[in-house]
Design a protein around this ligand. Structure first.
Ligand code: PLP
Length: 384
């Protein structure tokens, strides 16, 4: 019997089979374990990623993404670095979307060249650009979808067909979607990465990441992790597992709040533009409706009053908090010009559609009427 996503999120692969067994898995806060004497079998040691909390979290994420295997690690960046290093070797070329998290781009630019891995970028606005970017040594294609902060949705079907033809791996950072809204493997991706810090954990109290893929790929990620040392702490793994249990109902609320907020913002006189794939005028609304089971809780807006209006508004918000990150139960606001896009000049950001005055909002699971009222009063105070 194949269980639904919510049942898999709550129960994972854990079997409770005895009277007196704890219903909730204990935290195995132990670096090492009693190993059999005189035996060449598996050595259990927490840096190896085989602590029961680490194993259970990997199993649960694999079950949610529909993957053969998965591994939990200590951060989203750790997951990206290990997954790509597992696929790519010196002399290989990585074709990456240009619309990616700034630190991921920094990793590619400052570290991959030193490893002999060539990286080039494609503007995914026109799907034809992908083929034009391919080189004879292209071994992998990397995308984020939904993208930050314009909430663009990349058609994974087109990309997976290209990758099949090339014999390259399609690697998707699906952090903004969570497996509730999109399961990239169903659309032909080979590897899925998450910053579990975000929706998977959902409570803004853990840094974690995971990689999902085939057994051999995850085996290679595990081998590298043992050497490079990104094992997740057992307590952090336990917290993410706990967070996952409510993933489905949290995502339902994030999706509903995202839609309600975007719809409201689109009518507000102080908002010049709204970026939300659930709105019919979003450039990727049609792709999003095919690919996603929910449009998510991330919304981008540009204020008519530009940068100064943002600062004034932020000071007056009381429900929403000014902090980077996303995907938690609380509503967070940030300005890409100071965070994800700080490395770009003002002109470069404008060319990308991210002018000063652009605000990224991670809708939490509070009552959406309260979130909207919070923004209403902040806008009113700015206008006064
Ligand atoms: N991928 C995306 C899309 C992100 O937004 C982030 C962090 O903001 C990361 C990866 C890195 O995750 P972490 O902060 O868990 O290392």
């Amino acid at each position: 019997m194949v269980f639904g996503l919510s049942t898999r999120a709550v129960h994972g692969t854990r079997v409770i089979d005895g009277v007196g067994e704890p219903v909730v898995a204990p935290v195995f806060q132990s670096s090492t374990f009693v190993n059999p004497i005189g035996d060449h079998g598996e050595v259990r040691y927490t840096r190896y990623g085989n602590n029961p909390n680490q194993v259970e979290l990997g199993n649960r994420v694999a079950a949610l993404e529909g993957g053969e295997s998965a591994i939990a690690v200590s951060s989203g960046m750790g997951a990206t670095a290990l997954a790509l290093r597992a696929v790519l070797n010196p002399g290989d070329h990585l074709l990456s979307s240009a619309w990616i998290y700034g630190t991921t781009r920094n990793l590619f630019e400052s570290e991959f060249g030193r490893l002999g891995i060539e990286v080039s970028y494609v503007n995914p606005g026109n799907p034809r650009n992908w083929r034009a970017g391919v080189k004879p040594n292209t071994r992998a294609v990397f995308v984020e979808t939904v993208t930050n902060p314009l909430m663009r949705v990349i058609d994974l079907g087109i990309l997976s067909r290209l990758c099949r033809e090339l014999g390259s791996a399609l690697i998707v950072d699906s952090t903004f979607c969570s497996p509730y809204n999109c399961r990239p493997l169903e659309h032909g991706a080979d590897v899925v990465i998450h910053s579990a810090t975000k929706y998977l954990n959902g409570h803004s109290d853990v840094i974690a990441g995971c990689v999902v893929g085939t057994e051999p790929l995850i085996g290679e990620v595990r081998r590298l992790m043992k050497l490079w040392g990104q094992a997740i702490d057992p307590h952090a793994a336990w917290l993410v597992e706990r967070g996952l249990k409510s993933l489905a109902i949290r995502m339902e609320r994030h999706n509903a709040n995202g839609m309600a907020f975007a719809t409201w913002a689109a009518t507000h006189p102080q908002v010049a533009s709204v970026h939300y794939p659930g709105l019919p005028d979003h450039p990727d609304h049609e792709v999003a409706s095919r690919l996603l089971d929910g449009y998510g809780g991330m919304v981008g807006i540009t204020l008519v009053g530009g940068g100064p209006a943002v600062a004034e508004m932020f000071k007056r918000l009381t429900v929403a908090t000014h902090a980077p990150s996303l995907g938690g139960v609380e509503t967070l606001v940030s300005e890409p010009r100071y965070t994800s896009h700080a490395a770009f000049s003002r002109e470069e950001r404008e060319a990308q559609g991210i002018p000063d005055g652009f605000v990224r909002i991670s809708l939490g699971i509070e009552d959406v009427d309260d979130i909207i009222a919070d923004f209403e009063q902040a806008f009113a105070a700015v206008e006064a």
